[in-house]
Every structure is written in structure tokens, then in C-alpha cells.
Design a binder for this molecule. Sequence first.
Ligand code: PMP
Length: 332
Amino acid sequence: MSVIDAIGDTPLIRLTRVTEGIAAEVLLKAEFLNPGGSVKDRAALAMVSAAEESGELRPGGVIVEGTSGNTGIGLAMIAAQRGYRAIVVVPDKSSTEKIKTLRAYGAEVVITAGGVTREDPRHVSRVAARLAEETPGGWLAGQYDNPANPGAHLATTGPEIWRQTGGRVTHFVAGVGTGGTISGAGAYLRETGAVTVVGADPESSVYGGGDGSPYYVESIGHYVHPDTVEDVWPQSYHPKVVDRIERVGDRESIAMTRRLAREEGILAGASTGTAVVAALRVARELGPSGVVVVLAPDSGRAYLSKYFDDDWLRRAGFPAPPVPGPLTGDGP
Ligand code: PMP
């Protein structure tokens, strides 16, 4: 087996403590157990494989993407295993851990200005597009509008959840970043078993009708840069697949992230906290036949100096209601 064969088939872990007083079953899809550490290994693999098949990515080619998040790490891992060069463009606010992780896999990291509008030529996605164009053999992964991103979850995550629950799953809950996970897995589960699909979204994110102001939980939701005139939703997000959106504040998300570590022994990132808060709201409405599957995108290891650090929390204004502050700029 290669490291790439180890992507997917992640376990479902039953939550037992944070679910006190809830009759329904709540099962956590442990995507942090993928070899690159997150759910994005699946999308990265599907995008690379599709580009190899179409001939857009050829042997000796260069994988290019603009993100400091988990997608870059998944692409860098696959590039290393399959013998491609990888160039990952990240905003200058990215944590050193993330930049070092990318470099550890052999990716070339290009640092550009964060907090600029999409129209600015220094914007991460504009720089990535330009480098893909200029580099011989360059191919831009483009997770926000690459159909292989939701396609990965239609083909793997959705069927795994169906199989692992023996078709008993009644609700599926996931955060929305590019929308790939919820659109792909959600579509499969809805079509196969009339499963209710619930999006978990930061309170001020525009997906759930928020005002687009900044928030702290990384990699999910969508906020609007004050200078952006027109905002575009990613093509990887298919809102028709989503039956309901639960809006969750930073404070509640971070508190749940910390409870998961202390009470369930599950060290996950803050987007997992957001999704679990939403899942528990849904589960509370259900009887004992309810089976809620909630997706945990990544591990808490990447956030030890943030959500798990009391000094960081105090500086950020927690546990008092959060104040708008600098964002990390980390993308999906
Ligand atoms: N949480 C984390 C930590 C992520 O890295 C991502 C990917 N951006 C998501 C949630 C959302 O996943 P998706 O892009 O498939 O919507």
C-alpha cells in the first residue's frame, strides 16, 4: 500500500460524553486520520487524478495551488509520492507551522500579501493562477471550482458513511469551506437514503445569511472583504444539497473543540467544534432512531498555539464575546 492508498476509509467514532441527555446516536467521521491529516487529502487526490487522466497534468509537471490550508498539504503530499513539483502560494499571515509542513513535503512556498481583495494582483488566487500559467508543465488545482473536489466526496465520503452506518444515517452535518465535502457527500446521502443535510457555518459567514464580518474559526464559512464589491460563491458549493444551515458563534465552536479533547479524547480543529455544536442541536430534536453523522475535517495539532492556548484565547477576547481582530488568512 502507498501513502495515497491510505487516504479515506476513516472510522466513525461514537460521541458519548458531550451527547449527555441526547437520545439519538451522534457519530463523528474522523477525517483527521487521513495521512496528510485532513479531509482535504480526498479532494487533492481526486483533483490530481482527474488532471492526470485529462492530460492537464503530465509526468514531470508542476502542481500549483493558492491556499495555506489543508488542501495545500494534501497536494504537497501527493506531489511528493507521485514525483511532481508543487508550488503553494500562501498569504503572509499563515502560521509558520503550516509553511514548514508544506516545505517538509518538499513544496515550494510562495508568500504573498494577505488581506487584499480578489481584484488585487497580489491576491493568493491571482498569484497562483499566474504561476500556473508561467511555469512550464504548470497545472492549477483550483479547489473552489474544480468538480473533482465535490466529486471526491460523492465517490468516497458519502458511500463510506452509508456503508458504515448500514444505511441507518438520518442526518449528515458538515462545515462549508469550498463546499466540496457537503455538496458531494450530501448529494450521495440524500439520493441514496433521503438523509437530511445540515451545514454548520460561523455566525457571521454569508453562507448562513450572516453579514460577512470576520470570525476566528479557520477554513469554513465565507466572509466578505470590506473592499470587495461583488462576492462570488465557490462553484464547489451546491446550496441545493443543503436542507438547513446552523449558525454557530466562535465562542461556542472553540468551547466545543476544547470539550471534545477533554471529554471525548478527540483532538480536532475548531471547524470540528462548529460542526459538533450544529450536530448536537439537530440530535436534540431527534428520538432514539436518529443517527447523526458529523464530519471532523482535521486535527487539533495544527492549532495548539491558538484554540488550545489560554493566552491566545485571552488575547483574542475569549471566553468573553469575541472582538473582530486579525484573521489568519488560512484558506480551505
Ligand atoms: N474544516 C477544515 C479544517 C478544512 O481544512 C476545510 C477545507 N477547507 C473545511 C473544514 C471545509 O471543507 P470543504 O472545503 O470541503 O467545504
